[in-house]
Design a protein around this ligand. Structure first.
Ligand code: 5RP
Length: 234
């Protein structure tokens, strides 16, 4: 029986088929994206000309260790392809991301990229966003409790994220409030309401952003394609 990690690896290997010589790649964050980094490193070792735009300090570190040349959005504002994991994927290919804490930069890189491919194991497929995962909300440390109260007023149960007993800090120096809602019936409305809260820097609802989702399953890779062209604005 394939483990979740085997399925993540399968999905990541599937995404390598979209990588072409000369591309600038948005490099996601998390354990599934890590498998993709391993594959990109192999291609680079074999001589393929590739550069990556990392979505987190952690990914930048790993990419450097693996010998993947890096660039930035200042130098290349339109990466050719972004490949990243997700915490939930609904039937419209809308996503929750950010349990790894990199949602802010991940969204910027995915939105800037010409193509955004999501790689997941099948446990990430849900009928509605919020079925299993909270919505991670990145908040500025100043007045974070006010933002948390406002999320509660929207119907969420909230938790300030901690790591190793300390308040978690994102790469941007912010906090994350994990907002657990009932499964969302109108994610776009919720996304707009969350973004309207003063102090909110970003949230993990990635709506109409993915071009395709590669799902690693027991039997192989399932490819889900967006029914309409993503706007990549959420
Ligand atoms: C990080 C993310 C990750 O892509 C998401 O949490 C999935 O992680 P994993 O591949 O480890 O399951 O959004 O901010």
């Amino acid at each position: 029986m394939a483990s979740p990690d085997d399925m993540k690896r399968k999905a990541a290997e599937g995404a390598l088929a979209f990588v072409k010589p000369g591309m600038v790649l948005g490099l996601g964050t998390g354990s599934t994206a890590r498998h993709f980094l391993d594959g990109v490193a192999r291609l680079v070792q074999e001589g393929m000309d590739l550069k990556g735009v990392p979505t987190s300090f952690a990914t930048a570190e790993v990419a450097k260790e693996l010998g993947i040349p890096l660039t930035s959005l200042e130098e290349r504002t339109r990466p050719d392809l972004c490949v990243d994991g997700a915490d939930e994927v609904d039937p419209k290919l809308d996503l929750i991301k950010g349990l790894g804490g990199a949602l802010f930069r991940e969204k910027i890189v995915a939105a800037a990229s010409k193509k955004f491919i999501v790689i997941v194991d099948e446990s990430k497929l849900v009928p509605r966003l919020g079925s299993k995962s909270p919505v991670p909300v990145e908040v500025h440390p100043f007045g974070w409790r006010v933002a948390a109260d406002a999320l509660q007023a929207l119907g969420a149960t909230v938790d300030l994220r901690r790591k190793d007993g300390e308040i978690f800090r994102t790469d941007n120096g912010n906090h994350i409030v994990d907002a657990r809602f009932r499964p969302l019936t109108t994610p776009a409305k919720m996304a707009a309401q969350i973004m309207g809260i003063p102090g909110v820097v970003g949230h993990g609802l990635f709506l109409q952003m993915a071009d395709a989702v590669l799902v690693g399953t027991e039997k192989g890779i399932r490819t889900l394609r967006a029914a309409r062209k993503p706007t990549r604005k959420s």
